[in-house]
Design a protein. Structure first.
Length: 150
């Protein structure tokens, strides 16, 4: 009986040792692969930093970056500006709103000025912040809705 147990124990020990060798070899392979990936990530990050630094030193690139940043927040800025204009005015048509925006220095020079203004006005009407009145031939005028107690 002792021999069966010792044979089984030796067999288990041998298979466990082989499994441990395989696992350690896999661990070593993964460690090398991880190091390689870490080096590549560090190279890419350095490259990005160098390029970003070059872009930020180039005046033309800074203008593009500034313009892009402005574009991202443009809708909210336009909405706020239109609210402000309507709050201090009586009834205005979209072209009149456009003229007021120009006076405030808001640039809508991409050729879609009135479309943007109409979209913002429509949303403000839907929210109940602005009143709309038709003036005929598909033209509307808009006015800030004064709230009682506000």
């Amino acid at each position: 009986m002792a021999t069966k147990t010792s044979k089984r124990a030796r067999s288990t020990l041998r298979s466990s040792t082989e499994e441990l060798k395989r696992v350690l070899a896999e661990r070593e392979r993964l460690a090398r692969k991880t190091e390689k990936a870490d080096r590549r990530i560090a190279q890419i990050a350095e490259s990005i930093l160098v390029r970003t630094d070059k872009i930020m030193r180039d005046p033309k690139s800074r203008e593009i970056t500034r313009k892009h940043t402005t574009e991202k927040g443009k809708t909210e800025g336009l909405t706020s500006a239109i609210r402000s204009i309507l709050k201090r005015s009586e009834w205005l048509s979209p072209p009149q709103v456009r003229e007021e925006l120009k006076k405030e220095g808001i640039d809508l020079s991409d050729g879609k000025q009135l479309i943007k203004i109409h979209v913002v006005l429509k949303r403000l009407v839907e929210k109940g912040e602005v009143e709309m009145a038709p003036t005929g031939s598909h033209k509307n005028i808009y006015k800030w809705r004064r709230r009682i107690g506000a």
